[in-house]
Design a protein around this ligand. Structure first.
Ligand SMILES: [Zn+2]
Length: 274
């Protein structure tokens, strides 16, 4: 699927903390891309076991309920693979174990685009962001540089598991504030709502108008009935020198070479991890 002139997407991956996070922020985009033939993978980092105020609920029961709800929502949207990493909900930190688990999935599924939340969002609009959201998003940023993309980072992944490094073409951050990219999801809004309502332990019909309201607001500027907004970062292909270096190289190849010998300009190998 061609997202635009420069971004061709065959595989995409959403990496997020809890079951239902992806449905809230991006299920319209997921449904739209899956319909267009993109192989979508969900990677849910925690087990969702903290998401209840019911004194009769247990963490064990809730974990199973939420995994089933997430699988159902993914099926409705046309998501091909759902990976449950099963770290404890509410206790997530960007430790090396979590980073290795996420980097492993990126190296297995090799997505062209990764979706996650914006880890710089801590509070706003009467809302304090959940620390698991921040931790999961932080892990994703670290996976792009260096965990999933750099050969000598977590070398056991390729030495023992034959998982080669991988870097996506783009990162889509679910935007809380000012998005730079608006995706029109008007024709899949009902699919998104159906997927959200699969999370029966978390939301009910009363929340639908509220969620549709967000999507209307996101679409206003572009005059889409319903939309989802993202901040998008694009990356150079592996091995390609960054644009700045290419410009510099054309202007003054010798000067660049001298600097390189003093190691102030990164070598091609080092560039990959920038
Ligand atoms: Zn969440």
């Amino acid at each position: 699927m061609k997202f635009d002139k420069t971004l061709d997407v065959q595989r995409a991956m959403a990496i997020y903390a809890h079951p239902d996070d992806a449905e809230f922020g991006m299920a319209g985009t997921v449904a739209k891309w899956a319909k267009a033939g993109v192989e979508f993978t969900y990677c849910m980092v925690t087990n969702g076991a903290s998401g209840s105020q019911d004194p009769d609920m247990t963490r064990e029961r809730l974990r199973d309920i939420r995994a089933a709800e997430q699988s159902e929502a993914a099926k409705i949207l046309g998501v091909r693979n759902v990976v449950f990493l099963e770290f404890e909900d509410g206790y997530l930190e960007p430790t090396i174990d979590v980073r290795r688990a996420v980097a492993r999935q990126i190296r297995i599924h090799r997505p062209d685009v990764i979706f996650t939340m914006d880890p710089t969002m801590r509070y706003g609009g009467g809302y304090v962001n959940h620390p698991d959201h921040i931790a999961a998003a932080e892990v994703v940023l670290r996976s792009i540089n260096p965990d999933a993309s750099t050969r000598q980072m977590l070398p056991e992944l390729w030495q023992k598991e034959q998982l080669e490094p991988h870097k996506p073409k783009a990162l889509f951050l679910m935007a809380f504030g000012e998005p730079d990219t608006i995706v029109d999801v008007s024709d899949v809004v009902d699919v998104k709502i159906k997927a959200l309502l699969a999370h029966r332990s978390q939301i009910d019909e009363d929340s639908v108008d509220f969620i549709k309201g967000w999507m209307k607001e996101a679409g206003k500027k572009k005059r889409y009935a319903y939309a989802e907004g993202f901040k998008v970062l694009r990356f150079e292909e592996d091995g390609a020198p960054p644009r700045d270096a290419r410009r510099e190289g054309r202007r003054a190849p010798q000067a660049r070479g001298r600097r390189a010998s003093r190691s102030t300009t990164p070598s091609p190998r080092a560039r990959r991890s920038r």
